[in-house]
Design a protein around this ligand. Structure first.
Ligand code: IPE
Ligand code: IPE
Ligand code: MG
Length: 238
């Protein structure tokens, strides 16, 4: 990611909990999936906007480990929507120089989604305009448990010693090993909770919560969050 994109008062890494699609649809007497469809449009808008602003890392919470417990029709609809999104957006991502990555338990993804995701990740590998990370079948606790498993096998194989485990080592075993911690977390939909998103990584993130439902989020709303962030005094406990 180019150093050029770094500016004073700008977050390097913005992470978003895109909540409220269902409520947006229900308030209009529409199916929840219509809300998700509208949400996908906002994903495009916000991604392009962050790219233009020169934010190097954008991470979007699209599907949590808990979301698997939703009705089968909604779960299927969400994955179908993501597959379509990946089909339609591949070219745009390349054109905008955006590298696509994913975090989460990707083994659980439907095979067609997994295949398409891999394809777009391969096509965009090494692009330096911005890194877009999708959190898919993602849970912070699940990620930490998987990291423990990998660390334990590294110890069993003699590649790691217990005494070497410190915060830096732990971070290396997480899905986000090559991402800086989020500076700014935005949550739409008005809930004041973390919902299992990036538990380790948000230790010192600034949290911006808006009542806007995700389909009603916009460039203007993003700009308001960035202005708010620029006014924060980050002390990191000092
Ligand atoms: C967020 O919107 C999208 C996902 C969790 C996949 P919701 O579907 O949670 O919408 P609400 O919170 O029910 O309104
Ligand atoms: C968080 O929203 C997960 C995503 C945005 C993908 P949820 O709607 O699943 O979270 P809760 O149920 O409000 O905590
Ligand atoms: Mg929700």
């Amino acid at each position: 990611v180019s150093a050029r994109s770094q500016r004073g008062g700008f977050p390097r890494h913005v992470a978003i909990v895109m909540d409220g699609n269902g409520r947006w649809a229900e308030a209009r007497g529409l199916q929840r999936l219509r809300g998700h469809l509208e949400g996908a449009r906002v994903v495009r808008e916000v991604t392009t906007c962050c790219r233009k602003l020169g934010i190097p890392y954008l991470t979007l919470y699209a599907f949590s480990t808990e979301n698997w417990a939703r009705r089968a029709t909604e779960v299927r609809g969400l994955w179908a929507l993501l597959e379509r999104f990946l089909h339609e957006e591949g070219a745009t991502l390349i054109q905008q120089g955006i590298e696509l990555r994913a975090v989460g338990d990707l083994e659980r993804l439907p095979p067609a989604v997994k295949a398409r995701l891999k394809q777009v990740m391969d096509q965009t590998r090494g692009l330096t305009g911005m890194r877009l990370t999708l959190a898919l079948s993602y849970g912070g606790r699940d990620e930490i448990a998987r990291a423990f498993r990998r660390m334990a096998s590294a110890i069993e194989q003699g590649r790691l010693h217990a005494r070497e485990i410190d915060e830096r080592q732990v971070a290396r075993y997480l899905d986000t090993a090559d991402l800086p911690d989020p500076d700014l977390v935005i949550r739409t939909g008005g809930e004041h909770r973390v919902s299992n998103f990036l538990l380790w990584q948000i230790a010192y993130s600034e949290l911006f919560i808006t009542d806007l439902l995700w389909p009603s989020f916009s460039r203007a709303a993003l700009r308001r969050a960035l202005v708010w962030y620029a006014g924060r005094k980050r002390r990191f406990g000092r």
